[in-house]
Structure formats: C-alpha cells, structure tokens
Design a protein around this ligand. Structure first.
Ligand code: 5AD
Length: 341
C-alpha cells in the first residue's frame, strides 16, 4: 500500500485503537521509560513576527527579558544535581553577537560544571550555519526547531513577512543542523486554520524524511493579540484534541524509536491531556524551570499553566528515568543521508 494511504488509514482508526498499538510498539522497542528535559526560557526577545505567537515582535504589551547568565548556570546546576541530565535553553529568535556569545558561554559553563555529562538542547530558532557550528563545537548536543507545518503554502500564510522562501529556509536549517551532527528535533502545530488530515499525513512523512531524532508537537492555541486569532471561530477543540493525540500515536507507529514529547500545550486545551499523551506513545516530559520572575512574560500562547508537569511526574513516577540523558536510541537511523526511505 502506498505510504500516504496507510497513514490516512491510521488516522481514520478510533484513537484508542491507535493508542494500544503505539504503546505496544513503544514497549517492544525502546521500553516504557520516560526521559526528562528541564526547560529554561532564557529570553523572550524575538526578531520574528509569526502570526500565531504570543511573543511575536509586534507584541508591545509584554516585558522583554534576558535572564542573567549566572542565574541560568546555577539553575542548570541545580537541575543536574536533582536528576535532570538534559537541559533545554529556549528563547525567541535573535541573531546579534551579544546573544550568540551569551549562549556560547552558557554551553561552555554547563559542560564544565557537569564534566560534559549534561546534554544541552538548544531551541533558539533560525541561525546562520556559522552560529550553529560555533554552538555545536562548544558542546551543544541537540537542537529543536519546529517546521510548524510541512505545507509550504500554509507556512507562508502563517509567516507573511517571510515571503515565499520562509519554508525552504526553515527546512535548510534542519538539514544544516543534521549535517553538523546535532540530534535534531522538529514538530508542528496541530489545528491550524486550513489544516486537514492530509497536512498531518505530510507532516509525519516530513519528520521521517528529514531524519528527525525527536518530535515535539502540540495543539495550536488561538492567542489574543495575535493576527491569527481572527480565525478563532473556526477552531474545533474536540477535533484538535483528537488529532493531537492521534499524531503522537501515528508518529510512534511510523517513526519507531524516536523520542516524542508530550507537550505543555496539550494541557491548555484540556487539563490532563499532557498525561494522556503518554498513553499514546510519548516518552519525553519537559518540565519548565524558568524562574517565576520571568515565566509570566513567556506566554507563547494564552493560559500557559505554571507547573502542569508536576502531576505528570507524580502519575508516571515508576517510569521516569532520573539521571539519564535519554539520548535517542538509534542515532541517525532515519537519516535521509543513509538513504533509508
Ligand atoms: N499555540 C501553540 N503553539 C504555539 N507556538 C507558538 N505559538 C503557539 C500557539 N499560539 C509554538 C511554535 C513554536 C514553539 C516555540 O511554540 O510551534 O515553534
């Protein structure tokens, strides 16, 4: 059967059937352990103006911050000591020298105090190859960069300032990151205006063909004060819940042993849904450790809860892999470079 046809068929199954198949595969492949990554949202300054995002450049009503380096370093040290062996440094897109050096010093500092044991995951948007290389050479291990949607026309609709080339640019960044030896994570938003099942099918194939090691995706949350909010009346919450959970299961079934996160946005749609993600084949939990003082200004979407990971940690306590960096198992097994498609 053609692969797209097979994927469409998977999406048409009742989601509970997909869940049990996905869990079955997870347990037979990488096992039921859940890996942790502590997130620190080091800055909400952003040069981009994405139409869906609560920290887009044109939002003038939020306080813009950069957390002092020493604060990030001592927080990372505390995380490491308490069993988090992966830290995610996340921020808006910013390409100036000051920021590039700030990140570089954080990478060197974290590698130093952890004797290179702590994995560093960057989630800092589109950068030049030289910058990706500098950070990689300094010790960064992984990079998260969502493609947002694999549909080029939907992509340009969401990023009108980038013209027609935005999608290709984002895709090229992912390829560069792979080439530089990062473990690469990508993902999409689910429930965007105009998106349908065929888009989601293409998204899953995109993840496969790009050779993603990690997937971090979640529902789109309509956010007041952003241009895309004008489509809020078309938003079908029940459908977005259904699609979001199915995406996790279908990715597990199609991509095998990649790491898949159950993300915060699920809990915004419906409290409890993030925990549900782990019944559909997710195996990564990313609790947010941005200090209180700053977290309130990192509102990518409306209603971000402060500690929605806590109940997941409690409920899943027997499966949590403390002190484990949780590297993706078959490093590069889905690589387009190895011709595996
Ligand atoms: N709803 C859900 N996710 C969003 N993101 C940005 N805005 C929203 C929103 N309104 C996601 C994007 C981005 C990540 C940092 O946050 O996928 O890559």
């Amino acid at each position: 059967m053609e692969e797209k046809e097979y994927l469409r068929e998977l999406f048409s199954l009742p989601r509970y059937a997909l869940a049990s198949r996905a869990i079955d595969l997870l347990e037979r492949s990488i096992g039921s352990q859940i890996y942790l990554r502590g997130i620190i949202e080091v800055s909400n300054i952003c040069v981009k103006n994405c139409s869906y995002c609560g920290i887009r450049r044109d939002r003038k009503d939020i306080y813009r911050y950069l957390i002092p380096k020493q604060v990030v370093l001592s927080l990372s040290k505390r995380l490491f000591k308490s069993g988090y062996h992966s830290v995610v440094l996340q921020a808006g897109d910013r390409r100036d020298d000051y920021f590039i050096e700030y990140i570089n010093e954080l990478i060197l500092g974290i590698k130093r105090f952890s004797r290179r044991q702590m994995r560093i995951v960057l989630s800092l948007g589109e950068q030049d190859r030289d910058v990706y290389k500098l950070w990689r050479d300094s010790g960064a291990d992984r990079y998260l960069l969502r493609i947002e949607t694999s549909n080029p026309s939907l992509y340009s609709f969401l990023h009108p300032e980038e013209g027609g080339s935005g999608f290709e640019k984002r895709r090229a960044c992912l390829l560069t990151l792979r080439e530089l030896g990062y473990q690469v994570g990508t993902g999409v938003m689910i429930g965007l205006p105009g998106q349908d099942i065929d888009c989601l099918v293409e998204d899953v194939l995109f993840f496969k063909h790009i050779g993603a090691h990690m997937i971090g995706m979640g529902p789109y949350i309509p956010t007041e004060g952003t241009p895309l909010y004008r489509y809020v009346d078309e938003y079908d919450k029940e459908q977005v819940i259904d699609w979001s959970l199915k995406m996790v299961a279908v990715c597990r079934l199609v991509l095998g042993d990649v790491n898949i996160a159950s993300t915060t946005a699920l809990d915004i749609l419906e409290p409890g849904l993030r925990l549900e993600g782990f019944r559909y084949g997710a195996n990564v939990l990313m609790p947010d450790f941005t200090p209180k003082e700053w977290i309130k200004d990192y509102e990518i979407y409306d209603g971000k809860p402060e500690s929605s990971a806590d109940y997941c940690l409690k409920s899943l306590k027997d499966r949590i892999a403390w002190n484990d960096p949780g590297d993706p198992k078959p490093y590069g097994s889905y690589s387009f470079i190895s011709g595996d498609q």
